[in-house]
Design a protein around this ligand. Structure first.
Ligand code: KG4
Ligand code: ZN
Length: 341
């Protein structure tokens, strides 16, 4: 029988303080998330200094709770995994320093995990038989990538955003139409009452073979539309704006992801990150994927948002490859996917 490897994972890259215990990269024994969203909502977005301070307050309790809920003692843990980038440097450092202290005190191996790789790995928890190679679309508040995952921990980036991330575009457009932060879930909900064909927003045009994205032009087009309606004294149907904007984002994501599958000859797309919770994105991907015999995989919403279970999954495959971190490594706020430092 396969030996059970239990990993205690820690995630503090943005505004969630999270810890989890995961067995063999697939089975979650606990997944504790302490969200700071209420505090940041007051400021209309994440305030880095506040995030760091809140992580410091929460981390010990969150780790303790993760161990308790998993019914595990530190002794039974085989390795400690921690997110070391990309993210807010002050926020990352809280998790990294805490994990280093714990690894040093308990003499356990420490594993560094790339946050984006963690998001992709959420699919290994959700879909037990999923194995590389496959195409993955990562759509979060800070990142938009299409990657080809060749093997565990091995990626080719096929496309990425040249400006705003998909989630960032959702948040900015939501703010422009007065929906508040975080905007993604609010646009998702309001869009259900709107007509997605009502307004034709433009898509950035790249070379036909490019799998890159751009969302800042789309955001400007929405702002221009709102301004021109205001100048003309016409009333704005917010639900139509939300639905039409959302459709423009989703069509771009779906088209490029399906192109990536034919380029690489794979028939599975694993979608990851906060925006993967979007209901219309899920429906459209499934519908368009079926036409091309492409299987579309999503994690449950709790695994789409920032969490430590996904970090525990990615850490397991790093551990199995013997990639143990030295205790003097640093947090890397702009860490690239596939890069190791
Ligand atoms: O992955 P995540 O929790 O944090 C980052 O690593 O960025 O993603 C947060 C992003 C935010 O921009 C939020 O507005 C977006 O995910 N989001 C959504 C939905 N739920 C969260 N966007 C569209 N539709 C949703 N239902
Ligand atoms: Zn994230």
């Amino acid at each position: 029988m396969e030996k059970e490897i239990k990993i205690l994972a820690i995630e503090t890259s943005c505004d969630e303080t999270a810890a989890a215990v995961v067995v063999n990269g697939r089975k979650v024994l606990s997944n504790i998330i302490s969200s700071q969203i209420d505090i940041h909502t007051k400021f209309g977005g994440v305030v880095p200094e506040v995030a760091s301070r809140k992580h410091i307050e929460a981390i010990s309790l969150v780790v303790k709770e993760a161990l308790e809920e998993a019914n595990a003692t530190l002794d039974e843990i085989d390795a400690i995994g921690v997110t070391y980038g990309p993210g807010l440097v002050g926020a990352l450092l809280v998790g990294v320093q805490y994990a280093k202290g714990l690894a040093y005190a308990t003499n356990k191996p420490l594993i560094r995990v790339n946050h984006i790789e963690g998001h992709i790995s959420a699919n290994f928890i959700q879909h037990n038989s999923l194995k590389p190679p496959f195409v993955s679309l990562v759509v979060s508040g800070g990142h938009t990538f299409i990657v080809y995952m060749k093997d565990y921990g091995e990626f080719d980036v096929l496309g990425e955003t040249r400006d705003d991330a998909a989630g960032e575009a959702f948040d900015k457009v939501a703010r422009a139409i007065g929906l508040g932060y975080p905007g993604g879930p609010k646009i998702d909900k309001l869009s259900k009452e709107g007509d997605k064909e009502a307004i034709k927003f433009p898509r950035a045009n790249f070379h036909e073979k490019s799998l890159d994205f751009s969302f800042s032009g789309l955001k400007s087009a929405v702002l221009n539309y709102l301004n021109s309606m205001e100048m003309k004294g016409e009333s704005i149907n917010k639900a139509n704006v939300a639905a039409s904007f959302q459709k423009a984002v989703i069509d771009f994501l779906v088209d490029n992801s399906l192109k990536a599958c034919s380029l690489k000859g794979v028939s599975q797309i694993a979608i990851a990150g906060g925006v993967a919770s979007n209901s219309s994105l899920r429906e459209t991907f499934i519908k368009e994927g079926a036409k091309k015999n492409i299987e579309i995989l999503f994690p449950d919403p709790i695994l789409c948002t920032d969490n430590a279970a996904m970090i525990g999954s990615a850490a397991y495959y790093e551990y199995m490859k013997g990639r143990i971190a030295p205790l003097d490594f640093n947090a890397i706020p702009n860490l690239k996917l596939g890069e190791r430092q």
